[in-house]
Design a protein around this ligand. Sequence first.
Ligand SMILES: NC(=O)c1ccc[n+]([C@@H]2O[C@H](COP(=O)([O-])OP(=O)(O)OC[C@H]3O[C@@H](n4cnc5c(N)ncnc54)[C@H](OP(=O)(O)O)[C@@H]3O)[C@@H](O)[C@H]2O)c1
Length: 337
Amino acid sequence: MTTNRRNRRIVLASRPQGKPTTANFRLEEAEIPPLGPGQVLVAIEYLSLDPYMRGRMDDAKSYAKPQPLDETMQGGTVGRVVESNDPSLVAGDAVQGMLGWQTHAVASAKELTKVRPGLPLSVWLGPAGMPGVTAWHGVNKILQPQAGQTLCVDAASGAVGSVVGQLAKAAGARVVGIAGGPDKCKLVVDEYGFDACIDHRDPAFADRLKAATPDGVDRVFENVGGPILDALLGQMNPFGRIAVCGLIAGYNGQEIPLTRVRSILVNKLLIQGFIVSDHPDEWPTAVKELAGRIGDGSLKYRETIAEGLDQAPTAFLSMLGGGNLGKQLVRVGQDSR
Ligand SMILES: NC(=O)c1ccc[n+]([C@@H]2O[C@H](COP(=O)([O-])OP(=O)(O)OC[C@H]3O[C@@H](n4cnc5c(N)ncnc54)[C@H](OP(=O)(O)O)[C@@H]3O)[C@@H](O)[C@H]2O)c1
């Protein structure tokens, strides 16, 4: 081992009761262990903060195991190889992997994917990474919007929603976004090219949704749940489809009751929940298309970047509350060099 660096990491210190706080996390420092055969040392450049991490902070039955207490917070990262004990990677290679909230990680080379040169490293955690593939799956495999149909997506300015709307526009749909506040709505329309965007905090939200969808709604990409989904159910057209991607309105344990369940029956709706990690076979195709669109400028994106590993808990809580404009990242590069 030639490095004299030390690792800094953030662990889950306690499970939240309702809304998480920074007290649920703890910053630790430790020696970096020596590399074993087939392992590499990665200096992490960017860490992805994602809503699913909130679910894993609870000790509850879900599609994935809970985040263990006192262990490094799990999460997607991009970084650079510092040392390698595997012929497939050399120092300086840019890699992507689930290395967690820390400055350095010793990982098996097999767990890492080399990222293609040409695009900024951070996009592999956003529009060309897991959130982008999530949007791609929901739009192309579930919703399959047709030209002239109306598609609605909430959390529309975020990592997933912004890609959903742009892919649906490219398929010829009329796209209506739902987002928190006028600045986010302006971005969604002016930069991402949605046809309209409604502020879900507006007291007249339900009326504005009706006005923005005069021909009803054919497709919904659902990221939020709660009153937004209920209002959308009231606007659905016959044989409409809803892809349930996330229900962030309930991630702190809030009830998210629906009152317009009748719409599922009378409109013969198809409702499909999905988890992107169930579809690894689709990733290469999706990533190729998304990276191509980013490269040619037809897929636009924004990032909110917190500086420094110790900012990760605050940035995570801010993102859950809507403080992010686009993909929420933490730049840990200055800590890991
Ligand atoms: N199924 C899967 O495999 C999969 C994969 C990735 C992500 N997801 C889900 O996709 C959704 C979006 O994830 P993302 O990474 O793109 O996050 P994001 O949209 O970049 O950030 C989260 C956004 O959620 C919105 N939000 C939070 N609480 C809300 C509430 N009570 N009502 C309305 N909006 C609320 C906020 O936007 P506003 O300010 O606009 O309200 C916030 O900015 C999440 O539900 C996530 O769990 C699912």
